[in-house]
Design a protein around this ligand. Structure first.
Ligand code: BV8
Length: 230
């Protein structure tokens, strides 16, 4: 069957082989921090210094020279180039490995680690090094109004209208490297199923929503995604 409209969802697992920790692995990100301490608006309100430190550390790690896109990111960029129909890549990841691999039609539904947002104006701009809690904001000239441009738990993910429109029009939905714990992303497969799309899960192991998928491919993304794309 020739597909006309592909939607792909990626999670932390696609960046694992590039050296970026996932959330729920044994030594994962949430291993050292509780979600409620570093990834909610209340956490930021309570202790902006701790939250800025958490994201400064992840930004620093992402910018290390040995952190590079892997074969899975590159295969998705090739697929987008060669696919004649509609193509949308939605990532839960806040790293920049998809764009560095060449992906273009890309939505970061949980925001981007390398961007900051002014809490007064909502303006978003690239970070310029580690962020201190009382840093002066370039747009409103106030101190302490900067936050990571990240969607925390309890906050509305970005560009949901666009994502839902694409899901309701797709005929192939592929989920790669996500454990299916976090909503609304974990519910995308149900929307794809409801419009009759073929649904494929590519992951190291069965996700929490594995029973909702038509097809399952288990193994490391850097091996399985290029095989699937070819
Ligand atoms: C929302 C940015 C509503 C931060 C992230 C109570 C209060 C408030 C909300 C809720 C609540 N209860 C439930 C909710 C909803 C909540 C939610 O789902 N909670 C969960 C914990 C139950 N969701 C939200 O809050 C969302 N917003 O609901 O808003 C709303 C509506 C209207 C108006 C206002 C609000 C927002 C959620 C976004 C949170 N932010 N990220 C940061 O990164 O610091 S989520 C973060 O965790 C990631 O972005 C990602 O989405 C998630 C982690 O999931 P994965 O990516 O899947 O990573 P994980 O480690 O879990 O899995 C990796 C997988 O890869 C594994 O399966 C592994 O096997 C596999 N893997 C590993 N290596 C490889 C591999 N696969 C292939 N190859 C390999 N080599």
């Amino acid at each position: 069957m020739r597909y006309q409209h592909i939607v792909i969802l990626t999670g932390a697992g696609i960046s694992a082989e590039s050296g970026i920790k996932t959330f729920r692995a044994a030594d994962g990100l949430w291993e050292n921090h509780r979600i409620d301490d570093v990834a909610t608006p209340e956490a930021f309100e309570r202790d902006p210094a701790l939250v800025h430190t958490f994201y400064n550390q992840r930004r620093e790690q992402l910018l290390l020279p040995d952190i590079q896109p892997n074969a899975a990111h590159e295969a998705l960029a090739r697929l987008e180039q060669h696919f004649a129909g509609q193509f949308l890549l939605v990532t839960q990841n806040i790293d920049n490995l998809h764009e560095r691999a060449g992906s273009q039609n890309l939505i970061h539904m949980h925001g981007e680690l390398l961007n900051l947002r002014c809490t007064t104006s909502g303006q978003v701009f690239p970070h310029q090094g580690p962020v201190m809690p009382d840093a002066r904001c370039g747009c409103c000239d106030q101190h302490g109004t900067l936050r990571p441009d990240i969607v925390w738990f309890g906050e509305m993910p970005m560009q949901m209208e666009l994502i839902y429109d694409a899901l309701e029009a797709c005929d192939l939905f592929i989920s790669i490297g996500t454990s299916g714990h976090v909503y609304p992303a974990a519910g995308f497969v149900e929307i794809a199923n409801s419009v009759g799309a073929e649904t494929v899960e590519i992951n190291l192991e069965p996700s929490k929503t594995q029973s909702a998928f038509d097809r399952h491919i288990y193994g490391p993304a850097s091996r399985e995604v290029p095989l699937f794309v070819e």
